[in-house]
Ligand binder design. Structure first.
Ligand code: XMP
Length: 513
């Protein structure tokens, strides 16, 4: 794996992942490391460039994250962003203080395009919008640095010292709101770091397949397939690498969307692996009889899932490797486990405790979600699997409020299908990050033909989000809602009213349970 690599040193900024994604979008491999990483480790990676992220602290406080000045002497280009830029200024003798006025959000920025970083950005205007988020600012850049951008409130919105290969920007080029922000990152990694863009999914697939083959040898591999993007792509990759040594167990709990179980089966049945679909709906329904509390439902489904999986896995006997669909955001975020539990998540990837195996394989560990999708396409997976929106482990069971019955499941599957179909027809499916129907437990009076009805209310939910931690409701045109609503009440029995959920997260969550 002789890729060029750029290291993103994380100083606690909220956009660390976004920076890494932007770098990879330039075709340059990149990893996020803590600012505490020893210099020797950084050197050993032979990075082509280093990017310091933003962070919430003030550089002049004793306890603030910092780094040895030696990093500036490695001869490796460094780009400091926000806090990273202030830290560079502070460590090299500039002056950072609390700004007389903070800048938050979109800010007009004036560029000096004769600088090295900005000069190489084709079409960068003299004045453009950047995204700012800072209360401190660089009052005076260090000796030898030249200021290459400013705003009304910020005298040093960017600085550089090309002789030492050091660059800094106060704004966030990684955020979409910064006009030509991606081009600025591209200029840094390509023109200044000299990266050629040697990171492709085709190359990744080849390397991953070869290294999986080497690791697995003639061992047996087990994978829990949920039908979600991550486990599907992991399955396709492992199937290519070790074929019949792989067994995938797909526990169909019966709460999948309409046709979904069959789609998953169709995608993998003929892939050369051993594919086992366990139709366990009755078993799950049995466990959920009389249960209406959301957490009880989630726990019951999670436990039953493990039981079914374990039973099937035992039939295979001893396995050597268990595959998990961990992706890079999980890796970056791990270790921050002190947030309150809002919902107990059921993730089919994590089953190491109940199956006897030697080692875990995580083939997607270094990939972002969009890269996982690109890899899936590279491996020939159908769009219906690769483009699948996130779907909770407990499935439609947590989109049926109250007790689950066979009838409610069918109602929801049909209504949800129509909604998704209309969103796709309207061409909104790429812009809305998650959209689905929820069967509320409420019934109300309606009139159909000449008769009174007393049927269910269906809620439609559609959100836009970058990280699923916060979300906004999607501004779907009324015309699209109208068609979906009219089709649903006409085509799905027992629904006589459709409502649209216009709540953000927080205070609501994306799912209703
Ligand atoms: P909430 O409802 O917490 O959902 O705003 C955030 C995102 O997580 C998904 N979700 C789950 N994903 N197992 C999963 O793998 C789960 O148990 C689960 N519950 C919620 C949800 O669909 C949304 O994308």
């Amino acid at each position: 794996m002789a890729h060029q690599i750029v290291i993103v040193l994380d100083f606690g900024g909220q956009y660390n992942q976004l920076i890494a994604r932007r770098v990879r979008e330039c075709g340059v491999y990149c990893e996020v490391r803590s600012y505490k990483t020893p210099l020797s480790e950084i050197k050993a990676l032979s990075p082509s460039g280093i990017i310091f992220t933003g962070g919430p602290a003030s550089v002049y406080l004793e306890s603030s994250p910092t780094i040895s000045e030696e990093i500036f002497g490695l001869g490796v280009p460094v780009l400091g962003i926000c806090y990273g830029c202030q830290l560079m200024a502070h460590l090299l003798g500039g002056k950072v203080t609390c700004a007389p006025a903070s800048e938050y959000g979109k800010t007009e920025t004036y560029y000096d395009r004769s600088g090295v970083l900005f000069g190489a950005v084709n079409g960068l205007p003299e004045k453009a919008v950047t995204w700012m988020s800072h209360t401190d600012y660089i009052e005076k850049a260090p000796e030898g640095f030249r200021v290459t951008a400013h705003t009304e409130c910020c005298p040093t919105a960017a600085m550089e010292c090309p002789e030492k290969k050091l660059y800094g920007v106060q704004f966030h080029p990684e955020v979409n709101h910064t006009e030509m922000g991606s081009d600025i990152i591209n200029s840094f990694v390509k023109n200044i770091c000299g990266c050629t863009g040697d990171w492709t999914m085709k190359g990744y697939a080849q390397t991953a397949i070869a290294s999986i083959r080497e690791k697995v040898g003639d061992g047996k591999v087990l994978l829990a397939l949920s039908g979600g993007v991550d486990s599907s792509v992991a399955a396709a990759l492992l199937a290519k690498a070790v074929g019949s040594q792989l067994t995938c167990i797909f526990v169909d709990h019966g709460f999948m969307r309409k046709n979904e179980g069959d789609e998953v089966e169709a995608a993998f049945k003929d892939s050369g692996m051993n594919f086992i679909r366990v139709n366990a709906k009755e078993q799950f329904m049995e466990k959920l009889r009389g249960v209406s509390d959301p957490e009880t439902k989630r726990k019951a489904i999670g436990e039953e899932f493990i039981r079914v999986f374990e039973r099937e896995a035992k039939k295979i006997g001893k396995v050597d490797f268990l595959v998990q669909g961990t992706i890079y955001p999980d890796v970056i975020e791990s270790g921050t486990g002190d947030a309150a539990v809002i919902k107990s998540h059921h993730n089919v990837g994590g089953l190491p405790d109940y199956v006897d195996f030697k080692e875990i394989i995580e083939p997607l560990r270094m990939l972002f979600k969009d890269e996982v999708r690109a890899l899936g396409r590279e491996l020939g997976l159908a769009d219906v699997l690769v483009d699948r929106q996130p779907f909770p482990g407990p499935g439609l069971a947590i989109r049926i409020i109250g007790e689950i019955t066979d009838e409610k499941l069918l109602i929801l599957q049909d209504a949800d299908y129509i909604f998704r179909e209309e969103i796709a027809k309207a061409g909104l499916d790429k812009d809305i990050h998650q959209y689905f129907a929820v069967l509320t437990n409420m019934r109300s009076v309606g009139v159909m033909g000449d008769g009174r009805t007393y049927d269910y209310t269906l809620a439609l939910r559609a959100v836009t989000t970058t990280d699923f931690m916060t979300a906004d409701f999607a501004r779907i045109p009324y015309e699209v809602l109208e068609i979906a609503s009219s089709r649903i009440v006409n085509e799905v029995k027992y629904i006589n009213r459709v409502v649209y959920d216009v709540t953000t997260k927080p205070p609501a969550t994306i799912e209703w349970e």
